[in-house]
Ligand binder design. Structure first.
Ligand code: PGA
Length: 253
């Protein structure tokens, strides 16, 4: 492996894995990735399994992410989870603005941005997700959509805070469909995101930014994706639900 930035491979379990199942999967995964040192490994369980995973990964090289958070500190927000709750449960990262949340739960540029700001204020590292739908791509709107999501998600984020942000590029048409973007297609958008961040911040910030690719990443295609210069990691759904396949992804060469 010859990467400019430390790769970050994250498993997004979505609404899968009870605490019991999470403990079992994680226990099997730990020995399979125990000697991996040159990349960050992250698991993102649903809220009710966070504690079980936190307990199981104690003292290992695996980090913990939540799949969402609320932008307020605390209070009358029934059904929501705060940054302090996540930190206290052992989370280091939080996924924000996943396309499923934008699509099914009404997340907007504004709520995504509020969540990114809250995560940073509280000391959680945000994984900000962006990506176009097939209709948007076919209508020639790729550039516009990605620019809008990057600019909107990062509104009012300081240069110092920007050093803590990870961006995940996930073309909506590639998520859970088995249709991966080709490494060239993915890299083109990663380069565009880096360009955008350079314009908003600086060359240094853009060159330090880690951009994950997500959308039907498998042990079979991970290496060709990771060989691209602007792809710094993977955000993996389906293939992260089995310890063997997630371990194979983590161990890409
Ligand atoms: P997938 O999901 O790997 O199942 O396509 C990726 C994601 O939504 O993060």
């Amino acid at each position: 492996m010859n990467k400019k930035r430390v790769p970050i491979i994250a498993g997004n379990w979505k609404m899968n894995m009870t605490a019991t199942q999470a403990r079992e999967l994680t226990s099997k995964l730990i020995p399979l990735v125990a000697n991996v040192k040159d990349r960050d490994i992250v698991l993102s369980p649903p809220f009710t399994s966070i504690a079980a995973v936190a307990e199981t990964i104690k003292g290992t090289n695996i980090g913990l992410a939540a799949q969402n958070l609320h932008w307020e500190d605390k209070g009358a927000f029934t059904g929501e989870i705060s940054a302090d709750m996540l930190l206290d449960s052992g989370c280091k990262y939080v996924i924000i603005g996943h396309s499923e949340r934008r699509q099914y739960f009404g997340e907007t540029e504004e709520t995504v941005n509020r969540k990114v700001k809250q995560a940073l204020k509280k000391g959680l590292l945000p994984i900000l997700c962006v990506g176009e739908t097939l209709a948007e791509r076919e209508a020639g709107r790729l550039n516009e959509i990605i620019s809008r999501q990057v600019t909107g998600g990062l509104k009012d984020i300081s240069t110092d805070d920007m050093k803590k942000v990870v961006i995940a590029y996930e073309p909506v048409w590639a998520i859970g469909t088995g249709k991966t973007a080709t490494p060239e297609q993915a890299n083109e958008v990663h380069a565009l995101i880096r360009q955008k961040v350079k314009a908003l911040y600086s060359t240094d910030i853009a060159e330090g930014l880690r951009i994950q690719y997500g959308g039907s990443v498998t042990p079979e295609n991970v290496s060709t994706l990771m060989a691209m210069p602007d792809i710094d990691g993977a955000l993996v759904g389906g293939a992260s639900l089995k310890p063997e396949s997630f371990a194979a992804l983590v161990r890409f060469t």
